[in-house]
Design a protein around this ligand. Structure first.
Ligand SMILES: [Zn+2]
Length: 260
């Protein structure tokens, strides 16, 4: 179950969801936290994602919803820009099971002047999340904003400094809201992914036409998990017959850091 809210604490001029995030008037309906949980149960779903815009703008509501979900055996996935102070982070993160956090660039100036946020707050949030729950990072590659080699390398190095096993989603921007430069090129995205894989084990591409959502073995590059839309197969994963619950590459035996 995916739910979203109107409003955001950032004002990214290239927002890909601006019809929801940059207004308080988007179509939708008022709903209580317990009704979200009961509808999720009625549909036989096991996870709720808080996504589309910024869930922390409605932190109290999200906390109520996450608590009710957890009481009913439903897991919570937080999709956030991470531009949140520590008190709010420490209140919500323990209620979540996983987070996908935006790292929009690696410039204090851009975060402050163009997005209306704070790079240091996002970095702190990512560290707290990664210490506590399964954490993945997403960066939308926006030409003329964050696509310089230096900035991408800084993002890569920061993520790797926490853990090389944090998955990084490298997504292509398309013109939206106030940003009119042409879309990020496929070769740009693939080049960034290739470079990042030297330091990060699990890199994915988004919004381009490739197999970028497949999970590759960090050791030999074999396809471990194949994703085609919502169809997921695991052609390359193996389990040891005894011992731990970890998964291994069936080809080279490298242990994966994946949740499967
Ligand atoms: Zn392998």
């Amino acid at each position: 179950m995916s739910i979203g809210f109107t409003g955001c604490n950032l004002r990214c001029p290239f927002c890909q969801n601006w019809q929801i995030s940059q207004t308080t008037e988007a179509a939708g309906k008022k709903i209580q936290a317990e009704d979200i949980v009961s509808q999720t149960l009625a549909l036989g779903l096991k996870h709720i994602a808080y996504t589309y815009s910024e869930p922390f703008v409605h932190a109290e509501f999200v906390a109520d919803c996450m608590s009710a979900a957890r009481d009913n055996g439903i897991s919570n996935v937080l999709v956030t820009n991470g531009c949140v102070n520590e008190e709010a982070a420490r209140a919500i993160i323990p209620l979540a099971d996983a987070a996908n956090i935006d790292l929009k660039c690696f410039s204090d100036y851009s975060y402050k002047k163009i997005l209306g946020g704070s790079l240091s707050a996002v970095k702190d949030f990512i560290k707290i999340a990664a210490e506590n729950i399964h954490t993945e990072i997403t960066t939308l590659i926006v030409p003329e904003f964050n696509d310089s080699e230096r900035e991408i390398d800084n993002c890569t190095d920061f993520i790797a400094s926490i853990s090389k096993n944090i998955p990084w989603h490298i997504s292509a921007y398309h013109p939206a809201y106030k940003w009119n430069v042409p879309p990020a090129k496929t070769e740009t995205i693939l080049g960034i992914k290739k470079r990042a894989r030297q330091k990060l084990s699990y890199c994915y591409t988004g919004n381009i036409n490739d197999n970028g959502n497949d999970t590759l073995c960090a050791g030999c590059g074999a396809v471990l998990v194949k994703r085609n839309g919502y169809k997921i197969t695991k052609p390359g994963l193996a389990k040891k017959t005894s011992g731990d619950n970890s998964y291994y590459c069936g080809q080279c035996g490298t242990r994966t850091a994946l949740l499967c």
